[in-house]
Design a protein around this ligand. Structure first.
Ligand code: GUN
Length: 289
Protein backbone atom coordinates (compact mmCIF):
# COMPACT_ATOMS: atom_id res chain seq x y z
CA UNK A 1 0.00 0.00 0.00
CA UNK A 2 1.22 3.45 -0.90
CA UNK A 3 0.01 6.51 0.92
CA UNK A 4 -0.96 9.44 -1.33
CA UNK A 5 0.58 12.37 0.52
CA UNK A 6 -1.70 15.34 -0.18
CA UNK A 7 0.43 17.66 1.92
CA UNK A 8 3.56 16.90 -0.12
CA UNK A 9 1.77 17.20 -3.47
CA UNK A 10 0.10 20.43 -2.31
CA UNK A 11 3.48 21.84 -1.27
CA UNK A 12 4.78 21.23 -4.80
CA UNK A 13 1.71 22.96 -6.23
CA UNK A 14 2.09 25.90 -3.86
CA UNK A 15 5.69 26.34 -5.06
CA UNK A 16 4.57 26.18 -8.71
CA UNK A 17 1.79 28.71 -8.14
CA UNK A 18 4.09 31.00 -6.17
CA UNK A 19 6.53 31.10 -9.10
CA UNK A 20 3.70 31.84 -11.55
CA UNK A 21 2.32 34.65 -9.36
CA UNK A 22 5.80 36.14 -8.86
CA UNK A 23 6.26 36.28 -12.64
CA UNK A 24 2.94 38.05 -13.14
CA UNK A 25 3.21 41.63 -14.38
CA UNK A 26 1.02 44.19 -12.63
CA UNK A 27 -1.19 43.67 -9.65
CA UNK A 28 -1.36 40.43 -7.68
CA UNK A 29 -4.45 38.21 -7.88
CA UNK A 30 -7.07 39.01 -5.24
CA UNK A 31 -9.50 36.59 -3.63
CA UNK A 32 -12.50 37.74 -1.57
CA UNK A 33 -13.48 35.25 1.14
CA UNK A 34 -16.93 35.79 2.63
CA UNK A 35 -17.74 33.94 5.85
CA UNK A 36 -21.00 34.48 7.72
CA UNK A 37 -21.23 33.07 11.26
CA UNK A 38 -18.84 31.06 13.37
CA UNK A 39 -19.20 27.47 12.13
CA UNK A 40 -15.94 26.04 13.55
CA UNK A 41 -15.01 24.10 10.40
CA UNK A 42 -15.64 27.19 8.25
CA UNK A 43 -13.49 29.34 10.55
CA UNK A 44 -10.63 26.87 10.15
CA UNK A 45 -11.08 26.46 6.35
CA UNK A 46 -11.16 30.22 5.71
CA UNK A 47 -8.06 30.72 7.85
CA UNK A 48 -6.27 28.01 5.85
CA UNK A 49 -7.30 29.64 2.55
CA UNK A 50 -6.04 33.01 3.78
CA UNK A 51 -2.71 31.51 4.87
CA UNK A 52 -2.14 29.61 1.61
CA UNK A 53 -3.02 32.71 -0.43
CA UNK A 54 -0.41 34.72 1.50
CA UNK A 55 2.18 31.99 0.95
CA UNK A 56 1.62 32.11 -2.82
CA UNK A 57 1.47 35.90 -3.06
CA UNK A 58 -2.27 36.08 -3.66
CA UNK A 59 -4.00 38.92 -1.86
CA UNK A 60 -7.01 37.89 0.18
CA UNK A 61 -9.84 39.99 1.48
CA UNK A 62 -11.68 38.29 4.31
CA UNK A 63 -15.17 39.68 4.77
CA UNK A 64 -17.05 38.72 7.93
CA UNK A 65 -20.57 40.15 7.78
CA UNK A 66 -22.64 39.91 10.99
CA UNK A 67 -24.80 36.75 11.31
CA UNK A 68 -27.79 39.08 11.26
CA UNK A 69 -27.07 39.97 7.60
CA UNK A 70 -30.17 39.64 5.42
CA UNK A 71 -30.27 37.86 2.07
CA UNK A 72 -30.67 41.22 0.30
CA UNK A 73 -27.64 42.66 2.13
CA UNK A 74 -25.55 39.58 1.34
CA UNK A 75 -26.49 39.80 -2.33
CA UNK A 76 -25.63 43.52 -2.35
CA UNK A 77 -22.22 42.64 -0.87
CA UNK A 78 -21.69 40.06 -3.64
CA UNK A 79 -22.83 42.58 -6.28
CA UNK A 80 -20.24 45.06 -5.00
CA UNK A 81 -17.48 42.41 -5.17
CA UNK A 82 -18.63 41.46 -8.68
CA UNK A 83 -18.29 45.11 -9.73
CA UNK A 84 -14.90 45.66 -8.03
CA UNK A 85 -12.13 45.44 -10.65
CA UNK A 86 -9.53 44.79 -7.91
CA UNK A 87 -11.26 41.50 -6.95
CA UNK A 88 -10.57 38.48 -9.18
CA UNK A 89 -12.28 35.67 -7.28
CA UNK A 90 -15.16 35.47 -4.82
CA UNK A 91 -15.86 32.62 -2.42
CA UNK A 92 -18.85 32.47 -0.11
CA UNK A 93 -18.00 29.84 2.49
CA UNK A 94 -20.55 27.07 2.88
CA UNK A 95 -22.55 26.42 5.00
CA UNK A 96 -24.30 29.76 5.38
CA UNK A 97 -26.60 30.21 8.41
CA UNK A 98 -29.90 28.44 7.80
CA UNK A 99 -31.94 31.64 7.37
CA UNK A 100 -29.93 32.55 4.25
CA UNK A 101 -30.50 31.09 0.79
CA UNK A 102 -27.12 29.56 -0.09
CA UNK A 103 -27.88 28.51 -3.69
CA UNK A 104 -29.16 32.04 -4.40
CA UNK A 105 -25.98 33.53 -2.90
CA UNK A 106 -23.82 31.23 -5.05
CA UNK A 107 -25.84 32.14 -8.15
CA UNK A 108 -25.25 35.83 -7.46
CA UNK A 109 -21.46 35.48 -7.90
CA UNK A 110 -20.45 36.51 -11.43
CA UNK A 111 -19.38 33.45 -13.45
CA UNK A 112 -15.98 34.97 -14.27
CA UNK A 113 -15.24 35.42 -10.53
CA UNK A 114 -16.74 32.06 -9.46
CA UNK A 115 -13.51 30.38 -8.35
CA UNK A 116 -15.59 27.72 -6.55
CA UNK A 117 -16.98 26.54 -9.90
CA UNK A 118 -20.57 26.33 -8.62
CA UNK A 119 -22.13 28.75 -11.15
CA UNK A 120 -24.47 27.28 -13.77
CA UNK A 121 -22.24 28.56 -16.57
CA UNK A 122 -19.13 26.93 -15.11
CA UNK A 123 -20.95 23.65 -14.48
CA UNK A 124 -22.24 23.78 -18.06
CA UNK A 125 -18.71 24.31 -19.37
CA UNK A 126 -17.55 21.30 -17.35
CA UNK A 127 -20.24 19.14 -18.98
CA UNK A 128 -19.19 20.44 -22.40
CA UNK A 129 -15.48 19.89 -21.61
CA UNK A 130 -14.82 23.58 -22.24
CA UNK A 131 -11.70 24.36 -20.19
CA UNK A 132 -12.32 28.13 -20.12
CA UNK A 133 -14.53 27.84 -17.00
CA UNK A 134 -13.78 27.13 -13.36
CA UNK A 135 -13.92 23.58 -12.02
CA UNK A 136 -14.95 23.01 -8.38
CA UNK A 137 -11.84 22.84 -6.22
CA UNK A 138 -12.19 19.47 -4.49
CA UNK A 139 -12.86 17.46 -7.69
CA UNK A 140 -10.06 19.34 -9.48
CA UNK A 141 -7.80 18.49 -6.55
CA UNK A 142 -8.71 14.81 -6.79
CA UNK A 143 -7.76 14.72 -10.49
CA UNK A 144 -4.47 16.46 -9.72
CA UNK A 145 -3.73 13.97 -6.90
CA UNK A 146 -4.44 11.03 -9.22
CA UNK A 147 -2.32 12.44 -12.06
CA UNK A 148 0.61 13.18 -9.74
CA UNK A 149 0.33 9.68 -8.22
CA UNK A 150 0.63 8.03 -11.64
CA UNK A 151 -3.02 6.92 -11.83
CA UNK A 152 -4.47 7.02 -15.37
CA UNK A 153 -8.24 6.46 -15.35
CA UNK A 154 -8.42 5.17 -18.92
CA UNK A 155 -9.86 1.66 -18.90
CA UNK A 156 -10.55 1.89 -15.16
CA UNK A 157 -13.86 1.61 -13.38
CA UNK A 158 -14.25 4.72 -11.23
CA UNK A 159 -16.94 4.53 -8.56
CA UNK A 160 -17.98 7.82 -6.98
CA UNK A 161 -19.84 7.62 -3.67
CA UNK A 162 -22.01 10.74 -3.44
CA UNK A 163 -23.73 13.02 -5.94
CA UNK A 164 -23.26 16.49 -4.43
CA UNK A 165 -22.80 19.52 -6.64
CA UNK A 166 -19.59 20.38 -4.77
CA UNK A 167 -17.85 17.00 -5.12
CA UNK A 168 -19.67 13.91 -6.43
CA UNK A 169 -21.17 15.19 -9.69
CA UNK A 170 -18.19 17.27 -10.86
CA UNK A 171 -15.74 14.50 -9.83
CA UNK A 172 -17.71 12.00 -11.94
CA UNK A 173 -17.75 14.40 -14.91
CA UNK A 174 -13.99 15.00 -14.68
CA UNK A 175 -13.22 11.28 -14.50
CA UNK A 176 -15.43 10.76 -17.56
CA UNK A 177 -13.82 13.46 -19.73
CA UNK A 178 -12.26 12.51 -23.02
CA UNK A 179 -8.76 13.69 -22.20
CA UNK A 180 -5.41 12.42 -21.00
CA UNK A 181 -5.54 10.99 -17.49
CA UNK A 182 -9.36 10.71 -17.55
CA UNK A 183 -11.47 8.50 -19.86
CA UNK A 184 -12.74 6.56 -16.86
CA UNK A 185 -15.83 4.36 -16.85
CA UNK A 186 -17.91 5.96 -14.13
CA UNK A 187 -20.56 4.76 -11.70
CA UNK A 188 -22.16 7.12 -9.18
CA UNK A 189 -23.63 5.66 -5.98
CA UNK A 190 -26.00 7.63 -3.76
CA UNK A 191 -28.70 7.24 -1.14
CA UNK A 192 -31.04 5.68 -3.71
CA UNK A 193 -28.55 3.00 -4.81
CA UNK A 194 -29.79 -0.52 -4.05
CA UNK A 195 -26.52 -2.29 -3.24
CA UNK A 196 -23.68 0.17 -2.73
CA UNK A 197 -21.14 -2.44 -1.60
CA UNK A 198 -21.70 -4.58 -4.72
CA UNK A 199 -20.73 -1.57 -6.84
CA UNK A 200 -17.84 -0.25 -4.72
CA UNK A 201 -16.33 -3.75 -4.87
CA UNK A 202 -16.05 -3.31 -8.66
CA UNK A 203 -14.10 -0.06 -8.34
CA UNK A 204 -10.53 0.22 -9.59
CA UNK A 205 -10.66 3.77 -8.25
CA UNK A 206 -13.05 4.57 -5.43
CA UNK A 207 -13.88 8.19 -4.57
CA UNK A 208 -15.77 8.47 -1.28
CA UNK A 209 -17.64 11.74 -0.78
CA UNK A 210 -20.77 11.11 1.28
CA UNK A 211 -19.89 12.71 4.61
CA UNK A 212 -20.43 9.55 6.70
CA UNK A 213 -17.59 8.73 9.08
CA UNK A 214 -15.74 5.50 8.13
CA UNK A 215 -18.62 4.32 5.91
CA UNK A 216 -16.37 2.40 3.49
CA UNK A 217 -15.24 -0.83 5.14
CA UNK A 218 -12.68 -3.37 3.94
CA UNK A 219 -15.33 -5.74 2.54
CA UNK A 220 -16.52 -2.96 0.20
CA UNK A 221 -13.15 -2.55 -1.52
CA UNK A 222 -11.48 -4.60 -4.24
CA UNK A 223 -7.88 -5.57 -3.39
CA UNK A 224 -5.52 -3.28 -5.30
CA UNK A 225 -8.00 -0.42 -5.64
CA UNK A 226 -6.98 3.23 -5.45
CA UNK A 227 -9.02 4.86 -2.68
CA UNK A 228 -9.62 8.61 -2.51
CA UNK A 229 -11.25 9.72 0.73
CA UNK A 230 -12.95 13.11 0.47
CA UNK A 231 -14.72 12.98 3.84
CA UNK A 232 -13.73 15.30 6.68
CA UNK A 233 -15.90 14.26 9.61
CA UNK A 234 -15.50 15.50 13.17
CA UNK A 235 -16.20 12.71 15.63
CA UNK A 236 -16.05 13.15 19.42
CA UNK A 237 -12.74 12.10 21.00
CA UNK A 238 -12.25 13.05 24.66
CA UNK A 239 -8.54 12.16 24.44
CA UNK A 240 -7.96 15.13 22.08
CA UNK A 241 -7.46 18.70 23.25
CA UNK A 242 -10.11 19.85 20.78
CA UNK A 243 -12.53 17.16 21.97
CA UNK A 244 -12.84 15.69 18.47
CA UNK A 245 -10.82 13.88 15.83
CA UNK A 246 -11.06 14.06 12.05
CA UNK A 247 -11.96 10.89 10.19
CA UNK A 248 -12.74 10.31 6.54
CA UNK A 249 -15.57 8.46 4.82
CA UNK A 250 -13.27 5.43 4.68
CA UNK A 251 -12.32 3.13 7.53
CA UNK A 252 -8.63 3.82 6.93
CA UNK A 253 -7.15 1.13 9.18
CA UNK A 254 -9.35 -1.58 7.67
CA UNK A 255 -9.07 -0.48 4.03
CA UNK A 256 -5.44 0.70 3.76
CA UNK A 257 -3.87 -2.80 3.78
CA UNK A 258 -6.03 -3.74 0.76
CA UNK A 259 -5.55 -0.62 -1.32
CA UNK A 260 -2.73 -0.07 -3.82
CA UNK A 261 -2.87 3.65 -3.02
CA UNK A 262 -4.97 5.56 -0.49
CA UNK A 263 -5.34 9.15 0.75
CA UNK A 264 -5.27 9.81 4.51
CA UNK A 265 -7.60 12.15 6.40
CA UNK A 266 -6.35 14.72 7.20
CA UNK A 267 -3.51 15.31 4.75
CA UNK A 268 -5.04 13.83 1.60
CA UNK A 269 -7.62 15.65 -0.51
CA UNK A 270 -8.05 18.65 1.86
CA UNK A 271 -4.75 20.45 1.11
CA UNK A 272 -5.36 19.96 -2.63
CA UNK A 273 -8.74 21.70 -2.47
CA UNK A 274 -7.10 24.86 -1.15
CA UNK A 275 -4.42 24.73 -3.88
CA UNK A 276 -7.05 24.44 -6.62
CA UNK A 277 -8.83 27.49 -5.21
CA UNK A 278 -5.56 29.40 -5.58
CA UNK A 279 -5.06 28.05 -9.11
CA UNK A 280 -8.57 29.19 -10.01
CA UNK A 281 -7.90 32.64 -8.53
CA UNK A 282 -4.75 32.96 -10.65
CA UNK A 283 -6.77 31.84 -13.69
CA UNK A 284 -9.38 34.53 -12.90
CA UNK A 285 -6.62 37.15 -12.62
CA UNK A 286 -5.12 36.07 -15.94
CA UNK A 287 -8.44 36.23 -17.75
CA UNK A 288 -9.26 39.60 -16.14
CA UNK A 289 -6.24 41.02 -18.01
N1 GUN B 1 -17.44 24.39 2.35
C1 GUN B 1 -16.90 23.17 2.23
N2 GUN B 1 -16.29 23.03 1.03
C2 GUN B 1 -16.46 24.20 0.38
C3 GUN B 1 -16.06 24.68 -0.90
O1 GUN B 1 -15.41 24.00 -1.71
N3 GUN B 1 -16.43 25.95 -1.20
C4 GUN B 1 -17.15 26.73 -0.36
N4 GUN B 1 -17.48 27.95 -0.75
N5 GUN B 1 -17.54 26.32 0.83
C5 GUN B 1 -17.19 25.06 1.20
Amino acid sequence: MQLIDGNAIAATLVAELKARVAALPGRKPCLALVRVGEDPASVSYVRKKEKTAAEIGIESRVILPPVSISQAELEKLIDDLNADPAVDGILVQSPLPKNLDEPAAFRRIAAHKDVDGFHTLNLGKLVQEDDSGFVACTPAGIMELLARSGVDLKGKHVVVLGRSLIVGKPAALLALQKKAGANGTVTICHSGTADVAALTRLADVLIAAIGKPEFVKADMVKPGAVVIDVGINRVPDPSKKTGYKLVGDVDFDGVAPLASQITPVPGGVGPMTVCMLMRNTLKARLSAG
